[in-house]
Design a protein around this ligand. Structure first.
Ligand code: NAD
Length: 245
């Protein structure tokens, strides 16, 4: 029960990586606020299994003025969070020269600006309460190395790394730690949308010889959320099977 008595807000928790993180946090004793655009289909079952420790919020984080107000309301409702996982994210791929302003902006709004608004509201409250805290943002190896066809996504993920390092410096004095995770290719709805030929090429680049699963990322998120990582802040850790070596 490494997260006993901790309150965690996990965005994008309805499926994929966010779902695995929320499940893992619940197993370890945390009370979890899950957030996504749509409720997971099995929410009632999941809530019953979690025995009152899971609450759900449906919201479009890309609706920015509302996101700012929502962040404040959630902090108030929960009485403050000990853990924030900025995991919600989306792609709108296309080559840069053909990418519309709307597609560029949409990805930045959800992946970056909403993460900033949540980290600001949750982090400010953590600092005020002086109980420590852990903020984790889901970046990507694409943000560290670039990827043709993903200028908007790569820019958002690179910026999340800069945001995390800056917040780490600003919050360290209050014991709040801020880190980022950079997954490689993780099996989820997001990557299942790619063509088989792209998927095969990716697999050939992974020294460990398999795609990641959401649980691989959740294991690191648990470590970063728990006191076991008490001396880590401002880091970006890749979970990519060695893909970027
Ligand atoms: N799957 C991968 O290979 C991979 C690699 C690197 C980084 N990531 C990052 O990990 C995170 C999770 O990815 P995944 O593969 O589980 O994706 P996914 O598409 O399976 O799940 C995305 C989640 O984000 C939520 N979401 C999307 N847009 C939202 C919005 N506007 N408002 C609120 N919630 C919204 C969805 O409801 C869903 O719960 C993302 O930030 C993604 O960029 C994934």
């Amino acid at each position: 029960m490494r997260l006993k008595n901790k309150r965690a807000l996990v965005t994008g928790a309805s499926r994929g990586i966010g779902r695995a993180i929320a499940e893992r946090f619940l197993e370890e004793g945390a009370a979890v606020w899950g957030l996504s655009t749509k409720e997971p289909e099995d929410l009632d079952d999941w809530k019953a299994r979690a025995g009152g420790a899971l609450r759900w919020v449906c919201a479009d984080l890309g609706a920015l003025p509302e996101t700012e107000a929502l962040a404040a309301a959630l902090v108030k409702e929960a009485g403050g969070f000990d853990i924030l996982v900025n995991n919600a994210g989306l792609t709108r791929d296309g080559l840069s020269f053909r990418m519309s302003l709307a597609d560029f902006q949409k990805v930045l709004d959800v992946n970056l600006t909403a993460a900033f608004l949540l980290a600001r509201a949750v982090g400010f409250d953590m600092a005020r309460r002086r109980q420590g805290g852990s903020i984790i943002s889901m970046a990507s190896v694409v943000g560290l190395h670039g990827n043709a066809g993903q200028a908007n996504y790569a820019a958002s993920k690179a910026a999340l790394v800069g945001l995390s390092k800056t917040l780490a410096l600003e919050c360290a004095g209050r014991g709040v730690r801020v880190n980022a995770i950079a997954p490689g290719f993780i099996d989820s709805d997001m990557t299942r949308a790619l063509s088989p030929s792209v998927t095969q090429k990716m697999l050939e680049r992974i020294p460990l010889g398999r795609f990641g699963v959401p649980g691989d990322v959740a294991a690191l998120a648990l470590f970063l959320a728990s006191d076991e990582s008490a001396y880590l802040t401002g880091q970006v850790i890749a979970v990519d099977g060695g893909m970027c070596l």
